[in-house]
Design a protein around this ligand. Structure first.
Ligand code: PEP
Ligand code: MG
Length: 583
């Protein structure tokens, strides 16, 4: 087991990525290996993320089987309704009303009569449910805005009944009253809203790399995670596993000794970190503010607790995921923004305007027919095509910041060139925003011409996740190319250096808000390259703070030069480690 000290505990298992070891049967302890992306150890039972319900085949059943099939359908409906009601009682409040309404939908007498009619003429129970709900869905969709808004709830009820009839896991986040380790092919941002951090002990995904949204989410939740582990999907539901989010290892049926060993190492590391506090700085006092990446007000307490000096990336798109049809109202946005701004009264809060498209599509904004969504209309491009959405967001931000002493900064994702930067700055000025305007560097063109972009905006923020994706033409969601997503790639360091140098020459700031900032050793290298702040998931802040505090700025600069001189990510990491450890 790797018990790496915090200064070297990066996301280092890339070489092993994708090498799911043999999966033995029985109770023997087996080790699988993926890419560790969020520190810590999780031990618990496997629960799989249910996949989308497939359309059941249209099979004919003999007439004599109809009654039994109708009985099966009735029982499934009753069980789903009872389950929804029970979950509502448990949840209470607004959620209870929603779940009870869903239970009533499931038991709608007309819907049930339609299901029975369809079975009587030869349908299987699952197909009859599927078709009856489809007919009802059409009615609902055409019946005015309020009812149309219930279509998603209806689909969820249908999926639950069909899954029960087919004997497959319920779609979406598992239903469980006890904590579990979640296994999924990958996790979309839309799934994340449904996860209960009290129940999810850790994650394992088959796809994804260190910068995929599953990895980002795991860090935001502060739970251990391993990604790019093919074969994880085959682990039986309920199997006990131990996941080490530092080493990327997954132990199936861990022995008592192994559990104790993992838990002791995790506790030791946690205790060492608890001792670190205060603002981010090198050992010789060069300040590097450590900021938090947040997705909304819910992430703020963890950021404050971790001692974040502000927010370096507020991913506002999470506010837009609740409704697939429209943007949240100005008022709703004002409330959410204000909650985040109020949490850092004297601090700095960098809000990124909506980054929709590609891996974060929004039905009402993202074109459905793009051949290469990551290269299509996403980020700022989407907003320039929908200026009313940008205007509302900027106006909401201006209102949210009114009267607060906070240092508000607003930045645009996916800025390609000076024209983009100017369009964004113009929109901010038109909205009367009293804030600094900035551009994210996520496309190599922006890094290469950073100086020209800085003629229009006041700061840069490096989105190293997308910057790696676009530099290497390697989809950040595809586990098979996770090697190229490694932020230690020397060419990525070159682009960081170019951006930081341009900002320094212009007397402006250049932070990093991509996942690269959360790797403690790499954070030292980024500091040595000249970046002026580091923003990361709250759980990583203590690790980065503790590591940065061990080295001088000159040491960080030497480590950065050594890493840039390397040819591969592995060599760059090794070179930096050697410089910093003084070997
Ligand atoms: C990035 O690309 O590095 C970034 C911070 O943005 P996101 O991960 O949300 O695309
Ligand atoms: Mg990005």
């Amino acid at each position: 087991m790797t018990t790496a000290p915090c200064d070297t505990a990066g996301w280092t298992t890339t070489a092993a990525a994708g090498s799911a070891a043999l999966m033995e049967t029985g109770d023997m302890e087996t080790t699988l290996r993926g890419v560790g992306v969020s520190h810590g150890v999780a031990i618990g039972e496997v629960r799989h993320m249910g996949t989308a319900v497939l359309e059941p085949p249209a099979r004919q059943i003999p007439a004599e089987g109809a009654e039994r099939e109708q009985e099966r359908a009735r029982k499934a409906v009753e069980a789903v309704a009872a389950d929804l009601t029970a979950r509502g009682t448990l949840a209470g409040g607004e959620a209870q009303a929603v779940l009870e309404a869903q239970a009533m939908m499931a038991q709608d007498p007309e819907l049930l009569a339609d299901v029975e009619r369809r079975i009587a003429v030869g349908s299987t129970a699952e197909r009859a449910v599927y078709d009856a709900f489809a007919a009802y869905r059409e009615l609902l969709a055409g019946a005015g805005e309020y009812l149309a808004g219930r279509v998603a709830d209806l689909d969820d009820v249908r999926n639950r009944i069909v899954a029960r009839l087919l004997g497959v896991p319920m779609p979406g986040v598992p239903d469980s009253d006890t904590p579990y380790v979640l296994i999924a092919r990958d996790l979309a941002p839309a799934d994340t809203a449904l996860l209960d951090p009290a129940l999810v002990l850790g994650f394992v995904t088959e796809e994804g790399g260190p910068t995929s949204h599953s990895a980002i989410l795991a860090r935001a939740l502060g739970v251990p995670a391993v990604v790019a582990l093919p074969g994880a999907g085959e682990l039986a539901e309920g199997t006990v596993i131990a996941v080490d989010g530092s080493s990327g290892e997954l132990f199936v049926n861990p022995s008592a000794e192994k559990r104790a060993e993992l838990e002791a190492a995790a506790a030791e590391r946690k205790a060492a970190l608890a001792a670190s506090s205060g603002p981010g700085a090198t050992s010789d006092g060069h300040r590097v503010p450590l900021l938090a990446n947040v997705g909304g007000p819910a992430d703020v307490p963890a950021a404050v607790e971790a001692g974040a000096e502000g927010v370096g990336l507020f991913r506002t798109e999470f506010l837009f995921l609740d409704d697939s049809k429209a943007a949240p109202s100005e008022q709703k946005q004002v409330e959410a923004y204000r909650q985040v701004l109020e949490a850092f009264p004297e601090g700095r809060v960098v809000v990124r305007v909506l980054d929709a498209g590609a891996d974060k599509p929004l039905d009402f904004l993202t074109p459905a027919d793009e051949p290469n969504p990551a290269l299509g209309v996403r980020g700022l491009r989407t907003l320039l095509d929908h200026p009313e959405v940008l205007r509302t967001q900027l106006t909401a931000l201006a209102k949210a910041a009114e009267g607060l002493p906070v240092h508000l900064e607003v930045m645009a994702p996916m800025v390609a060139d000076r024209i983009d930067a100017r369009a964004f700055a113009d929109a901010c000025r038109e909205a009367g925003l009293q804030a600094k305007f900035g551009a994210m560097v996520e496309i190599p063109s922006a890094a290469l011409r950073a100086r020209s972009i800085l003629r229009e905006v006041e700061f840069l923020s490096l989105g190293t996740n997308d910057l790696a994706q676009y530099t290497f033409a390697a989809d950040r969601q595809v586990g098979a190319v996770s090697r190229l997503q490694d932020p230690w790639q020397p060419v990525l360091l070159d682009l960081v250096a170019l951006s930081a140098e341009a900002a320094r020459a212009e007397g402006k700031s250049c932070g990093v808000c991509g996942e690269a900032a959360s790797d403690p050793l790499l954070a030292c290298v980024l500091t040595g390259l000249g970046v002026t702040s580091l923003s990361m998931g709250a759980a990583s802040i203590p690790y980065v703070r503790a590591t940065l505090a061990k080295y001088t700025l000159a040491q960080c600069e030497r480590a950065a030069a050594a890493a840039r001189a390397a040819d591969t990510a592995e060599e760059a990491r090794e070179a930096a480690r050697t410089v910093l450890s003084g070997e």
